[in-house]
Design a protein around this ligand. Sequence first.
Ligand SMILES: [Zn+2]
Length: 338
Amino acid sequence: MLESTIAGSLPKPDWLAEPEKLWAPWRFQGEALTLAQERAAAEWIKHQEDAGIDIVTNGEQFRIHFVHGFLEHITGIDWDKKTAMGIRDNRYTVQVPTVTGPVSRAKSVHLDEVRFSRARTDRKLKFTLPGPMTICDTIADDHYGRRGDMAMAFAEILNNEARELEASGVDVIQFDEPAFNVFMEDVKEWGIDALHRACEGLKCTTAVHICYGYGIDENLRWKDTLGREWRQYEEIFPALNASRIGQVSLECAGSHVPLSLMGLLKDKDVLVGSVEVTAARVEDPAEVAATIRSAMRHVDAERLYPCTNCGMVPIPYEVALGKIKSLAAGASLVRDSL
Ligand SMILES: [Zn+2]
């Protein structure tokens, strides 16, 4: 009960890529890069095991960004045709590549790193993939015309990828959909249908992660505009509760999300963000335990998985390490008291 896990990403060590930066360029190329990524992933798996995290990830050490790391291997995308795009409903502008033809996957994107990670741990292994809606909000479209159509094309590719990863021993496949918190009407119109397509036929645990973003300035400024209560989840959780996705990963610690909204997910496992992902400080285990106990007023302990609010790639390595230790220790404090 109260198995701990993390949203997905962890910081890259400074010898692998420039720290505390999104899309940080690699410090190696070719085979040397693969070996360096493997070393970084092995270290993070060990750190999570030592901390007492129950469901581990490889910290996304093999990808440059949670969306583009997947897209790099997909054909139908012109990486030289950059389009300025105000992503997450114009929260920040990024030069993104452009879809110029039908998208397809020539071979598995993540299979090698999953095999490597699976061989490094006996714990349950979670693997994250970008969700179809969030992909479509992080790439420009010069081919499909309708976002829902492009999402369905990506969902089919994601499904083929997910099936291969499941066959290689992944226990949980999570789709990251921060865009679900921005385009709530689209979630109900086609977002969940696209997720269902991405999960089709999977027998492993499936999850969707929906957050208010990394602990970076652009997001922190956006959060300041959201008012005293953040009620975005209220619009989409009823539809998600009725969906075929097994788990929902949400932001809780230090946020203005009313805790009662977790009560809308009464048929799902809930991954409760119990540490913040900002660089400012490391919560102590008692504080983490208090967050978990507050969430337990709305989610049965059997369905509650203490987790991080979001990925931790942009924060300092040592801060993230402290946070996973506190997360596991806080979960253990609550477990021992039950
Ligand atoms: Zn997130």
